[in-house]
Design a protein around this ligand. Structure first.
Ligand code: FDA
Length: 392
């Protein structure tokens, strides 16, 4: 079979690229080894797909080249995607911080992308493994379980390594290396952190306890959002966000009370409740079980009147800068994204085309561009898919 554009991967980026290229009159075939397209879209946002973020800027992306994402993000914006969502009459809402979710189901986003592909004339084939890719003067030959596909352009949209049980593979990296591209080291991002040894024992029985608001910090980077203790360590949005910036050995600090000056509050409580024990009083500032644990293990427990103001001030400062020693992450098994990947140095930022192999494109999560939690990763998939679809 011969097509203008063969796209490997029927995920977010691949489907966007397919419709864009097909609307330009290109013959397009999308191949995916999974049994259905868009599996990660289906499971995203708790089944409601956080499909974009109103506040997208290049600053919310991690990459060895922080400028790389600018061009594609500027040319396909959240407003462009929202316009398509509205054309398909998919109801959505803003949850918080500009995050847009479907009111009903992620299935609507997959349906919309497939309907657009069908309207544009792009074919999508699932359960079709790709065995090998060859490149010659005529273009690309993609060897699949169902035969050979010849294509003038080849778009690699097979994503990253996160959630292997959903069909994630390192195929994009293999292909990149095959064609002489550098692949930067990959690691799990937007992922729960694990604790071990005594650090785990300190918090283990707090599993399930949630702080509605905490601030997680590594160096100068910080995120303010909810936090959760788990059986293996810590999670929740603030931790997932900081996990993309944390590496083993880094000093992780938690502000347990980011919205209230803990020292001033404690000094006030000393006046108001002099006979109250610290662990009970602190239970009005922090979740009760956490307050008790901090007092049992580290802070001590006396009636408030027995604490000197300077001691309470120091204690308050500790609550704003609490060290938690993480040993690692839960890894690709639960990570939302893969950091690192195909080096942007070898790719054009306006078209996503390989600088060394004309007609070869890399898009989506496979590329070394990773967004924060909150719809930023899909926006990168849409924008990079659109950029390649305009050029392929
Ligand atoms: P994606 O992974 O979507 O697609 C890759 C496709 O390639 C898959 O269909 C796969 O089967 C196929 N493939 C892989 N190897 C292949 C091979 N060898 N041969 C053929 N096909 C192959 N982001 C966001 O912005 N908002 C959100 O709400 C969420 N929520 C979320 C929840 C969970 C649980 C996860 C794991 C991830 C998210 N994300 C997210 C991240 C988001 O899902 C991710 O960034 C995009 O799906 C990346 O799009 P891609 O198209 O690059 O890869």
């Amino acid at each position: 079979m011969k097509v203008d554009v063969a796209i490997l991967g029927a995920g977010a980026a691949g489907l966007m690229c397919a419709m864009t290229a097909a609307y330009r009159g290109r013959s397009v075939l999308v191949l995916d080894h999974a049994n259905k397209p868009g599996k990660k879209i289906l499971m995203s946002g708790g089944g409601r797909c956080n499909f974009t973020n109103l506040g997208v800027t290049p600053a919310q992306y991690l990459s060895a080249n922080p400028h790389f994402a600018k061009s594609a993000l500027a040319r396909y914006t959240p407003a462009d995607f929202i316009a398509m969502v509205e054309r398909h009459r998919i109801a959505y809402h803003e949850k918080e911080l500009g995050q847009l979710f479907c009111n009903e189901s992620s299935k609507q986003i997959v349906r919309m992308l497939l309907d657009e592909c069908a309207a544009a004339g792009a074919r999508v084939e699932t359960s079709c493994g790709v065995e090998q890719v060859r490149h010659g003067e005529e273009g690309f030959a993609v060897l699949t379980a169902r035969g050979v596909v010849h294509a003038k352009s080849l778009v690699v949209a097979t994503g990253g390594l996160s959630i292997p049980s959903m069909g994630a593979t390192g195929f994009a990296y293999e292909l990149a290396r095959q064609f002489g591209h550098q692949v930067l080291p990959t690691r799990a991002g937007l992922v729960p952190l694990t604790l071990s040894g005594k650090h785990q024992e300190h918090y283990q029985d707090l599993a399930g306890l949630a702080l509605p608001m905490a601030e997680a910090r590594v160096g100068k980077r910080s995120f303010r959002a909810g936090m959760l203790f788990t059986h293996r360590g810590i999670s929740g949005p603030a931790i997932l966000q900081i996990s993309s910036y944390w590496q083993p050995g880094d000093d992780l600090r938690i502000d347990f009370s980011p919205d209230e000056d803990a020292a001033a509050w404690l000094i006030g409580q000393r006046e108001a409740r002099p006979a109250g024990e610290l662990r009970n009083v602190l239970g009005d500032l922090l979740p009760r079980r956490l307050a008790q644990r901090l007092c049992e293990r580290w802070l001590g427990n006396r009636p408030m009147r027995q604490w000197q103001p300077h001691e309470l001030r120091a204690l308050g400062e500790q609550l704003h800068d609490w060290p938690i020693v993480a040993s690692g992450t839960e890894g690709y098994r639960t990570a939302e994204v893969t950091l690192g990947g195909v080096d942007t140095d070898g790719i054009s930022s306006s078209t996503m085309q390989s600088k060394q192999v004309p007609g070869l494109f890399f898009i989506g999560e496979a590329v070394d561009v990773t967004g924060w939690l909150g719809g930023y990763n899909f926006q990168w998939a849409w924008a990079s898919g659109h950029a390649a679809g305009e050029a392929a």
